[in-house]
Design a protein around this ligand. Sequence first.
Ligand code: F6R
Length: 607
Amino acid sequence: MCGIVGYVGSKNAQSILLEGLHRLEYRGYDSAGIVTFQDGDACLLRVKGKVAGLDSLVNDSHRDDSIGIGHTRWATHGEPSERNAHPHNVGDIFLVHNGIIENYKDLKSVLETRGYSFVSETDTEVLTALVDSIYQQDKNLFAAVSEALHMVVGAYGIAVVAKDNMDEVVVARSGSPLVIGVGEGETFIASDPSALVGNTNQVIFLKDGEVAKCTRDGVTVKDSADQAVEPIVETIEMDIQAMQKKGFDHFLVKEIFDQPESLSATLAGRVVKDQDLLRLGGLNMSEEELRAVKHIFIVACGTASYASMMASYYIERFADDVVIDTVVASELRYRSFNVPENSLAIFVSQSGETADTIACLKEMKQRGVRCLGVVNAVGSTIAREVDGGIYIHAGAEISVASTKGFTSQVVALVLFGLVMAQAKGMSIEDVRPYIDELDALPEEIAAVLDTKNEEVKQLAADYSQYEHAFYIGRDILYPLALEGALKLKETSYIHVEGQPAGELKHGSIALIDDRFFEVAFVMDNELFEKSMSNIIEVQARGGHVIVVTNSSREIEAERVVRIESRLKMFTPLLFNVVSQLFAYYVAVNRGNDVDQPRNLAKSVTVE
Ligand code: F6R
């Protein structure tokens, strides 16, 4: 949510900042800006809309600028506009900010009495003025930023430059990610390591409350108590390939097609079929501790919460002495919930930076609950704050709508459930069918992509003009219906609801007429007939039903997508691939920006 870049070195700062912003644009894309400097002469470029708008503004007169900061925005305060775009400038100070300053109105009133006036509607401009007001006292930027942040309530990742100090960029974070890339005679700043790829793999992950002075020669860090901290430089592995479209038209479809590979990476070394072995290296829990678990909170937002819900349906099938609460983080954080004895909390997040999920993690830690993470982004806040966990290793997910993340999250959670159940005495005979199916799953997904792509493309063409839809399913297909509905609504802007199939008749069926289509997920199991009854009820009211099923039984529906697979338990993840492709092609048909849907941003680092 908002991307930050910064640079101090000897190269062309404008091109380094713009390249970084293009990589970070998936985090927010309603306005963008950079400021670079040469001997105190600032070149400030800002546009409403995407980073591409900045490319054409860059001019030769600032090619030698070797220090600067940049930002791509997802609006919180004030509409997307050039005036509200970052960097903001007040006095000598230029500042970019990711997050929300909650007490900005109070600070603004105080600053107005000191003669400051404001041109934007943003909290960021207020923070910029606050830093300037302190900076003017003794022109020490590092000290001024630290002092200003002591007066601030809220969340922030910031990068700051003073136009009369061409040697340093000061950065800080509290609740919003910030990473510093260490180069030879140059230092890079980004809110996400993906912006650093190709420049350096040596990074310092700033911790909450820390402030850092970045110069050409190195980095100085202090903590919130103004004590010097020795920065830890880590080497990160980032695959530039994962950040390219590899010949696909959009990241969304590329990431859907990535799934055989990304899921194989999730499983690698963890499911060893020929040894009947399941292992998870990073849990940091003994067998005894796993055995003791009686209650699990799985905490997440959006797609990650649907992945959690789906996984909980699986885990409940084999861990019968454990109660699982799958909870949406934005709700849990303000609930007065009880923590039963022997509880474990698992935080599921692709980005590892989702503010609501992090807030719940802090709360659980405070209550002494052991916390695990199921995270994709290596080195992210959640990954660093938990007691142990599972990296899903799905590779960079650039499209705002999460696809391969979902699949790997479900599988990683089921793996955890199986490892826990084994510690509790689940026999290898009972575990083996799961090992077999998990091992086969990447290939089965590849087969669906191979055989169903064209069919789903045509299906999408036939239903793209509808404005209303329901996704329905029973049991484990209910979370799938929720996820399918979310994927379609966020990419196509069609009004879509996900419902348990059996729940429609308790109210929602009142909506159905021939302006609706319904996607019904149906497994060939004991619930088949019940699902059929729900479909018939919908059709009787004029609804247009598309059934996605692994059954070869006769089905009366407008369209039937049949998945042939030898899988029994994990077919829902194959249905989900159909649902992902369908959402993608509907969005393309409607002419939408599929990778960066309106009003959204990847990684929601504000409340
Ligand atoms: C939807 C989507 C979001 C995220 C949610 C949580 O396609 O991507 O619903 O799943 O914002 O994000 P993470 O997993 O990064 O915590």
